[in-house]
Write a protein that binds this ligand. Structure first.
Ligand SMILES: C[S@@+](CC[C@H](N)C(=O)[O-])C[C@H]1O[C@@H](n2cnc3c(N)ncnc32)[C@H](O)[C@@H]1O
Length: 388
């Protein structure tokens, strides 16, 4: 008997619910194929491989081949891999980002570390505390991460747990390489005429190194927590300074008539409005010490500033990730405006310059300038001049 219209709807809704309820299995399947090295294996097979060809490259016993085929089916319908009628698996734009060989298609970006971090027990354990955390008016823990990790905040815990610290720094470095390529390649005007740069919360220095390489006249420093700065090599093209951006941001050496820039790349989305204001105040102090004054460049996500539904969903997921791990959020234009104008008392806007691109998944660049130039805003981006 054919289902009636309403029972067809009911069955459709049930199927959708199954998809939502078991969506975490997509994440774990993704983690599995990365750990098994499948994207790299397909790449080494010339970009397409049958199950048996794949098997020759993988640490999977023959008895598990039927299970591997089932796992691949999920990732094919999710768009992570392609599959030909003859049954050969191929890379898609998504899985090309997971190939570990340096030379892959002339690219250098590999986002596997980011996917491994996002599917790690640190994230999963925190997400399981969400319902309990939501119910608490005055939670002893500020975030679900803290609830799941004995009351420790994300960065405090990452400083003590070597595994999380290494996973996190590797993931940020991998993600940062993609962004650095775009910023240095497409926004060279940012670095024109500047003498020095401090990348505040600059992680392993990926961005600062890219800037130092492309603009050798610019002295580049990275301000990082001692746990990160202390593990970085001394004497390279980038100087690491250990410190706390809430307390002090070092002014770079200013050469006459040249400016410094302070870079805040994917930092403010980790923090509440109150903490962002503290950081912005320290930034203002750091660029105001001498003439001509420097500028603060903020590279961060502007929620809603994307054209595809998928990119928007990625922003919403990242917002929940911030809620789970930190006190921050992914701000939309209005919230950025509120933060700059009301809280940090900066003028808005200055000089549009949008670097949204498909590669960045809708991330936009914002600039807070002082003195001669704000670095820009575009459609969804934001730039403001700091009031002195
Ligand atoms: C989300 S990561 C962004 C890293 C890098 N800017 C990027 O875009 O890849 C934030 C960085 O801020 C650093 N950080 C957190 N709290 C800090 C503080 N109080 N002072 C300086 N750096 C801090 C973290 O260690 C981390 O590397």
């Amino acid at each position: 008997m054919a289902p009636t219209a309403s029972s067809a709807e009911l069955l459709q809704a049930q199927a959708e619910l199954w998809c939502h309820a078991m969506a975490y299995l997509r994440s774990m399947a993704l983690q599995s194929v990365i750990k098994l090295g499948i994207p790299t294996a397909i790449h080494r097979c010339g970009g397409a491989a049958s199950l048996s060809e794949l098997h020759a490259h993988l640490p999977v016993p023959a008895s598990k081949l039927p299970c591997l085929s089932r796992l691949m089916k999920l990732l094919v319908i999710s768009g992570v891999f392609g599959e030909s009628e003859a049954g050969a698996y191929s890379l898609t734009p998504v899985s090309r980002l997971l190939v570990e060989d340096d030379a892959a298609g002339g690219r250098r970006a590999c986002l596997s570390p980011f996917a491994i971090l996002a599917t790690s027990p640190f994230h999963l354990r925190s997400s399981q505390r969400l319902p309990e955390w939501m119910e608490k008016e005055d939670a002893a823990a500020e975030t679900p991460f803290m609830m799941a990790h004995g009351g420790a905040g994300f960065y405090g815990y990452a400083g003590r747990d070597l595994k999380l610290g290494a996973l996190f720094n590797e993931a940020m470095g991998a993600d940062g390489r993609v962004v650095a390529e775009v910023v240095v390649g497409e926004c060279g005007e940012l670095f024109a005429g500047i003498a020095s740069l401090v990348d505040v919360g600059g992680g392993d220095g990926t961005m600062a190194k890219a800037a130092a390489k492309a603009f050798p006249h610019v002295r580049c420093k990275v301000l990082e927590l001692p746990q990160v700065a202390g593990n970085m090599p001394v004497g390279g093209m980038v100087e690491f300074v250990a410190g706390d951006m809430m307390e002090f941001i070092p002014p770079a050496d200013v050469v006459l008539l040249k400016q410094i820039i302070l870079l805040l790349q994917f930092v403010l989305h980790n923090w509440s409005d109150e903490d962002c204001v503290r950081i912005l105040k320290r930034a203002r102090e750091a660029i105001s010490t001498r003439e001509p004054k420097g500028k603060v460049v903020i590279i961060d996500t502007v929620a809603g500033s994307v054209s595809s539904k998928q990119a928007f969903e990625a922003q919403v997921l990242m917002d929940i990730c911030m809620m789970m791990l930190t006190t921050g959020e992914v701000r939309d234009e209005e919230k950025w405006r509120g933060l700059f104008v009301n809280a940090a008392r900066v003028r808005w806007p200055v000089d549009p310059c949008d670097m949204r691109s498909p590669d960045l998944g809708g991330r936009a660049r914002e600039g807070l300038g002082q003195g001669s130039a704000g670095s820009g805003v575009g459609g969804g981006g934001a730039a403001s001049e700091l009031e002195s």
